[in-house]
Ligand binder design. Sequence first.
Ligand code: MG
Length: 406
Amino acid sequence: MQLWCRRLCQSRFAPFRYENPMKRRIALVVAAGRGTRFGRALPKQYADLAGAPVIRRAVLAFLQHPGVAGVRCVIHPDDASAYEAAVGDLGLPPAVHGGPTRQESVRLGLEALAAEPPDMVLIHDGARPLIDSNVIDRTVAAAEAHGAAVAALRVNDTLKRGGAIVTATVDRNGLWRAQTPQAFAFGPILAAHHTHAGADLSDDAAVAERAGIAVALAEGAEDNLKITNPEDLDRARRLLDCRALTVRVGQGFDVHRFGPGDIVVIGGIGIPHDSGLVGHSDADVALHALTDAILGGLADGDIGSHFPPSDPRWRGADSAIFLRHAAALVRGRGGAIDHVDLTILCERPKIGPHRPAMTARIAELLQIPPSRVGVKATTTEGLGFTGRGEGIAAQAVATLRLPPED
Ligand code: MG
């Protein structure tokens, strides 16, 4: 018997409440496949996905879920060392060795859990690394209500049957794409797997259906993709990029007064002038403002805390050192500088003729394209200290993309 409980999917955004927080739920992460379609020596579940193996991301999603008491994995015996490298530090119970088919592997995993049977088991593909807590919540809620549930998505595309030529258009009404997790009351799903061992069914919901267990549908998620081909890994990487990086905007401001000399250094470019700029370093007001903007985006102090004026090493220093340092800090955090924008405030010298050279120099120091460097200049209409020709001011903003905090 097969029962589709669409009603549950209508509450997809309803807040999840555990009906019985005392129930013991265990996630069984199945990762025993060899992944012949993946075309690499290492099975797909151990491939690196933005700094963490695919299986580690899947395991962590359940380990960190408050409604799940623990995780047990089913692996291929040949993958023991890759498994250890991927999740060995997470304190999981020993992995179960799977069988020749996925169905067999799940049965072996369930039998291992039977020594200390949970109330509910959530069976999940080790190759679905982007499972999120909302899908877990919805699947658990549906299984609590009905005894069994599968995360699934409605089929939105028109379906065709055929080979080179379409032979029929299939009515998609009532059709769903099954994902994992698939959650079941433990005793019945273990019994169903025993009864239908060797039946070559494509997922655990199918085993349950064959055993006459009603399986509810819970809304899955498009991001909960299964890594099958290398292209899937690229897609997962892009999804993680979008999720992970946060945008930061930093701002900086600096002033240096005119003094003796015949050259001013602005934006990394030496410009002949009837005076110089006074400062501990080369007094490059523009690079100082940019450096502070980047440090501000990192919330990591200011130029003075990184390069104290009291340190004789920075006397007369090329301010390129400071800007390069700030850019290296961004890269060291796994981030990137998206863009900087600089405004120089002075009556003289004229900045316009030097703007292309400044843009190119700043881009070079930051290791970003010149198209991401804004350089502007303005007078202050004769007003204030810049208007009186006493000094030069500069202000800057920097847009950074950074990984989330730990
Ligand atoms: Mg300065």
